[in-house]
Every structure is written in structure tokens, then in C-alpha cells.
Design a protein around this ligand. Structure first.
Ligand code: C2E
Ligand code: MG
Ligand code: MG
Ligand code: MG
Length: 282
């Protein structure tokens, strides 16, 4: 279209593009230093058993605290980290920190508290990925069944032999595998029977409207029934109200996570929450 309008409109457009790519470059160079400067931080959001409200684990959620940019949320920097490949060292840091944290909670409380870690496609396809995971378990001394890797349907869509092989090896190592944002990936369901997943996380977009939209209630109900008949656990994401928990209890949803229980917290606040608030939901 710019072509039809001649050179002038092209020139008018240029400064904006420069601004965008300048911001991008700035983000990228900041991000390159984020790791060594210690600007990355993990927050933890409780995952509870729906029926009892008891804590069973936490999801590790990455935050980037940069002096120039402030607290940057993952949706703003993970895509860029994925594009540039920086997600590989960042993801390695996340897995190591997450395993160390879960092991320290076990030492502190004597309880098994699992840790869920998000894995992006580029990280998953890195030839060193399995070694990185195994090394994190080894050096933290966390039992593999307390580590759960969250993978999106998008990643499974490629249907490659490599994907199947990596999942198989992780499963053989005793690590738990879950499908994150389940229901948003437009993927054929057949992968569920051939890949060694342990659980499905129902995307929050479905959970949020279970009481308002009959269709969402039916979808959530159907996902839970299907998952159970395949031997998979179900985790509901984005649970914000007591009414939603009631619905999820009635439908036998195994686990829940959301602002109703707690927002993601710093590790210190998470430990405090563990010691004080947990019983409020039983
Ligand atoms: P996700 O894995 O689906 O994580 C759940 C997101 O939902 C988190 O957003 C969480 O804060 C938010 N959430 C939790 N409960 C509620 C609720 O009740 N209501 C609403 N509206 N939202 C809720 P967050 O922390 O901004 O993370 C966004 C996404 O960034 C994550 O989605 C995940 O895909 C990605 N991400 C986060 N940490 C990492 C990481 O370490 N590595 C990779 N590769 N991706 C990450
Ligand atoms: Mg997740
Ligand atoms: Mg398994
Ligand atoms: Mg999700």
C-alpha cells in the first residue's frame, strides 16, 4: 500500500519503525545482561488440591526486574528471548532455581511440594535440554517426580519424532509432564494417547466464564471427563472466585490454581503463605 501512495508516506512511516526497533534492540541488550546482573526473579503461585484446598505444589513464573524498565512481565520478554535464543540460558537458570527452591521447601517443611516449570519450544528443542534438566535435578537433589514441565499444545503440533523422543526420555526419568493452556492450541487430540503426559492445565479463558457461559461449563466438564478417562490429572488455571471452586469441586477437577488462592508471590512470601494461609481453603 505504501507503494501506491508514493515515497512520502514511506518516509512518514520510517521514524516509527525506527522507534520500534530501537526499543527492541534496547530490550535485547538489556536482556543479554539480565542474567549476569541478577535481574531475573522467580515468583511462585500455589497449586492446591481442589477438594481439600491443600497445597500440593507451585508454578514458577519468571519476572525481570530491570532498573530502566521496571518489573517486566513474561509476556513482554519471553517472545523476544525465544526469538533471540536467549531463552536457552534463561530457561536453564529457571529450571535450576526452581528445583533448588522446591528442594528447600521440602527441607523446611518435610512435605513434598512439587514445582511446575514452563518450557518454551526453542528451549525444548535445544539438544542439551535433557542434560540441563537432569543436571538441575542432580545438583538440587530434588526427586524427579516433584518436577513438572509445562509444555504448550503449540509445541506438540509439529508431531515430530524428536518431540516424541524428548518427551519419552523425560518421562523415563520420572519427571512429570503437563499440557499448558489446554484447549487453546487448535491441535488434534490424538497426541494425548501417544505422548506420556501426566496432566492437562485447562486454560484460564475457559475457567473464567464457567458460571457465565453454559458452553464454557460444558467444555470444562468435557475436558475433565476426557482427561480422567485417559488417566490424566486436571489442573484448572485462573480460578478467581469461590463459585468457580464450587463448580470445579462438583466436576471433580483434581487441582486448582488462581488468584482466589493466591497471586504469584516472591519465594519469601510463598513460604509465609505456606505456613499461614493454606488451611483457609479447605
Ligand atoms: P502460564 O504458564 O499459563 O501461567 C499462568 C499465568 O496466569 C501467569 O501469568 C499467572 O500469573 C496468571 N494467573 C494465575 N492465576 C490467575 C488468575 O486467577 N487470573 C488471571 N487473570 N491470571 C492468572 P504470568 O506470570 O504473567 O505469565 C504469563 C506466561 O508467561 C505464562 O503463562 C507462561 O506461558 C510464560 N512464562 C512465565 N514464566 C516462564 C518461564 O520461566 N519460562 C517460559 N518459557 N515461559 C514462562
Ligand atoms: Mg504454565
Ligand atoms: Mg510420566
Ligand atoms: Mg497457562
Amino acid at each position: 500500500q505504501a507503494k501506491h501512495q508514493g515515497k512520502s508516506s514511506y518516509a512518514r512511516f520510517a521514524p516509527e519503525m525506527t522507534e520500534v526497533s530501537h526499543e527492541r534492540l534496547q530490550m535485547e541488550s538489556h536482556m543479554r545482561k539480565a542474567l549476569e546482573l541478577g535481574e531475573l526473579e522467580l515468583h511462585f503461585q500455589p497449586i492446591v488440591e481442589t477438594r481439600s484446598g491443600n497445597l500440593v505444589g507451585a508454578e514458577a513464573l519468571l519476572r525481570w526486574n530491570n532498573p530502566a524498565l521496571g518489573i517486566v512481565m513474561p509476556d513482554r520478554f519471553i517472545p523476544l528471548a525465544e526469538e533471540t535464543g536467549l531463552i536457552i540460558p534463561i530457561g536453564e537458570w529457571v529450571i535450576n532455581e526452581a528445583c533448588k527452591a522446591a528442594q528447600s521447601w521440602q527441607a523446611l517443611t518435610g512435605r513434598d511440594i512439587s514445582i511446575a516449570v514452563n518450557v518454551s519450544p526453542r528451549q525444548f528443542r535445544d539438544p542439551k535440554f535433557i542434560d540441563i534438566v537432569m543436571h538441575a535435578l542432580w545438583s538440587s537433589e530434588l526427586r524427579p517426580e516433584l518436577l513438572e514441565l509445562e509444555i504448550t499444545e503449540r509445541l506438540i503440533l509439529d508431531n515430530s519424532i524428536e518431540t516424541a523422543e524428548i518427551l519419552k526420555q523425560l518421562d523415563a526419568g520420572g519427571i512429570r509432564l503437563s499440557v499448558d493452556d489446554f484447549g487453546t492450541g487448535y491441535s488434534a487430540l490424538s497426541y494425548l494417547k501417544s505422548y506420556p503426559f501426566d496432566s492437562l492445565k485447562i486454560d484460564k479463558s475457559f475457567v473464567q466464564d464457567v458460571l457465565k457461559e453454559a458452553e464454557d461449563a460444558s467444555l470444562v466438564r468435557a475436558i475433565i471427563q476426557m482427561a480422567h478417562s485417559l488417566g490424566l490429572d486436571v489442573i484448572a488455571e485462573g480460578v478467581e472466585s469461590e463459585d468457580q471452586t464450587h463448580f470445579l469441586k462438583t466436576e471433580n477437577c483434581d487441582y486448582s490454581q488462581g488468584y482466589f488462592y493466591s497471586r504469584p508471590m516472591t519465594e519469601q512470601d510463598f513460604i509465609h503463605w505456606l505456613e499461614t494461609n493454606e488451611r483457609a481453603f479447605s
